[in-house]
Design a protein around this ligand. Structure first.
Ligand SMILES: Nc1ncnc2c1ncn2[C@@H]1O[C@@H]2COP(=O)(O)O[C@H]2[C@H]1O
Ligand SMILES: [Zn+2]
Length: 532
């Protein structure tokens, strides 16, 4: 499959000059951030098994109820037609504002362009959204300047809407039906949390039971499980504020890159942190960083890829010099939210800065175009058997690998969950393709619904990205029961996609999720399930 091989290969990355600001991520263990400020543990991490859930759940339910009541009933996903709502006229009109907008933002003082040694932070509300209506294609450059003032007004209103807690649906609100169902749903959500370490955990169901608050709820629970609030003396209000911001800044209209994906990655990360090979070696800082990076790793994702941002000359592409554009934005936005919430403000400055840098190194590692770089380092360590998890730098490297695994683990989930992710991610690709068609741009690889079928995309993704990575993870875990389970699901999913691919005509690109099942034995459950 040469075409797909090319797509998933290292050439995907559009290299340019290095980041002009901030700090490069540590790639191999030797380069990983050193954490001199964190001494040995004062409090050993409280494991899930050691925790009385009976004590935790009432508090959790109170938090859930408060979060639920404080949230407006915003629909999770508008119809597809509303997503690409702009017509060309709007695009042309709005596009004229790009230079103006940058100047305006700089003048606002909201954009820290980063002098030497200063971390560039993207703050919430710095941009209206990554709004696809303000993209500029080369063809459209230099066209009429009509509507400038109108555009400015529109952008500042959007920015206001985005930044305003009130308009973004965070006013107290108690719809009657939800009120009635509160206890029942929350009881079920709380029950699910008692099995949060299971690889079969159904994040889709959990999200419905928590009324779209899966990310906040999950993170609060996991922080409590590990005793992180106590260990870092975190202020619960600030923690909720931070997590609420992160969840809200995911775009619910994205089929794939939304808060649910973040919650899914966080749950997978938790499963990996519990792997015996890792669990005994990790300290609270490692766990805090691993979970927080997982939760925030795609925050404010626009639903289009880096190549799209580059070719439409999006301001983020120039800000990050065409290199790890999205990942840099996710990281710097996370730092912005950490600072805005004040979550770490009680810690000494060198500690919080170290945490911000390590979060960056973890989030930047999720750039899929750097896959081979990480994979060969990982392989080398496994071949040489020289990983020493007592070293902070080696633990950091394994956290990077674990996060990468969590980010692409959806084909390793049970088929019922896995196929939903496949459909969602392909739908997002196709939407980008539709937008490119609409803007008379070349359709990006994998984004042409007529040519790139879901099964073909899945087989390519599994073969060139997921299998090579998980084979090494399998080796690293020795292998563990969970790792065997994941490999089992992965191979079965690949076999199903292969069958589906052959059953498809080129124009028939939709899967038939309810009629296709994995091979015998590929259903829920599976050996080695690890339930706390
Ligand atoms: N099932 C899948 N099929 C194809 N691509 C995927 C799948 N899951 C994840 N990806 C891609 O892998 C990328 C990993 O990083 P992101 O989550 O930013 O974006 C993800 C998608 O572009
Ligand atoms: Zn992701």
């Amino acid at each position: 499959m040469p075409v797909l091989e090319g797509l998933w290969g290292p050439d995907l990355r559009m290299r340019d000059a290095g980041l002009g600001v901030g700090v490069e991520a540590g790639v191999c263990p030797d380069e990983a951030p050193h954490s001199p400020v964190w001494g040995p543990l004062r409090t050993p991490p409280v494991t899930c098994g050691g925790l009385s859930l009976a004590l935790e759940l009432p508090a959790l339910i109170r938090q859930l109820r408060a979060a639920w009541r404080a949230r407006r009933g915003v629909p999770r996903g508008p119809e597809r037609s509303t997503w690409v709502e702009s017509d060309k006229e709007e695009v042309e009109e709005v596009n004229q504002d790009i230079e103006d907008r940058s100047a305006h933002l700089a003048a606002d003082g909201r954009l820290n362009t980063g002098h030497a040694g200063v971390l560039l932070v993207e703050r919430r509300g710095s941009y209206p959204l990554i709004d696809l209506r303000i993209l500029k294609t080369s063809a459209q450059q230099g066209e009429v300047e009509a509507g400038r003032r109108k555009v400015k007004r529109q952008l500042s209103f959007q920015r206001y809407c985005h930044a305003s807690r009130l308009l973004r649906g965070l006013v107290p609100h108690t719809p009657g039906s939800l009120h009635l169902l509160d206890d029942d749903y929350l009881g079920q959500a709380a029950h699910m949390l008692s099995k949060v370490g299971s690889w079969n955990f159904d994040i889709f169901l959990f999200d419905r039971l928590t009324n779209g608050n899966s990310l906040v709820t999950l993170m609060c629970h996991l922080f409590s499980v590990y005793g992180l609030v106590h260990h870092f003396q975190l202020d619960m209000i600030k923690l909720h504020r931070f997590l609420g911001m992160v969840q809200e800044d995911y775009h619910s209209q994205n089929p794939y890159h939304n808060a649910l994906h973040a919650a899914d990655v966080t749950q997978a990360m938790y499963c990996y942190l519990k792997e015996p090979k890792l669990a005994e070696q990790l300290n609270p800082l490692d766990v805090f960083l691993g979970l927080t990076a997982a939760a925030a790793h795609d925050v404010d994702h626009p639903g289009v890829n880096q190549a799209f941002l580059i070719k439409t000359r999006h301001h983020l592409a120039s800000l990050y010099q065409n290199t790890s554009v999205l990942e840099s934005h996710h990281w710097r936005s996370t730092v912005g939210m950490l600072r805005e919430s004040g979550l770490l403000s009680h810690l000494p400055a060198d500690m919080s800065q170290d945490m911000e840098q390590q979060l960056g190194s973890l989030i930047l590692a999720t750039d899929i175009s750097r896959q081979n770089e990480f994979l060969s380092t990982f392989r080398e360590h496994l071949d040489n058997q020289d990983l020493d998890l007592q070293l902070a730098s080696h633990r950091h490297f394994i956290l990077q690998i674990a996060l990468k695994c969590a980010d692409v683990c959806n084909p390793c989930r049970v088929w019922e969950l896995s196929k939903q992710w496949s459909e969602r991610v392909c739908e997002e690709f196709y939407r980008q393709g539709d937008l490119e068609r609409k803007l008379d741009m070349e359709i990006s690889p994998l984004c042409n619904q007529q040519a790139d079928s879901v099964p073909a995309i899945q087989i390519g993704f599994i073969s060139y990205i997921v299998e090579p990575l998980f084979e090494e993870w399998h080796r690293f875990t020795k292998p563990s029961p969970l790792s065997r389970t994941m490999m089992g699901h992965l191979h079965k999913s690949k076999a199903v996609w292969s069958r589906l691919r052959h059953a498809h005509t080129p124009s028939d690109t939709q899967t038939h999720p309810h009629t296709e099942e994995p091979e015998p034995g590929g259903g829920r459950g599976g050996e080695g399930e690890d339930i706390p």
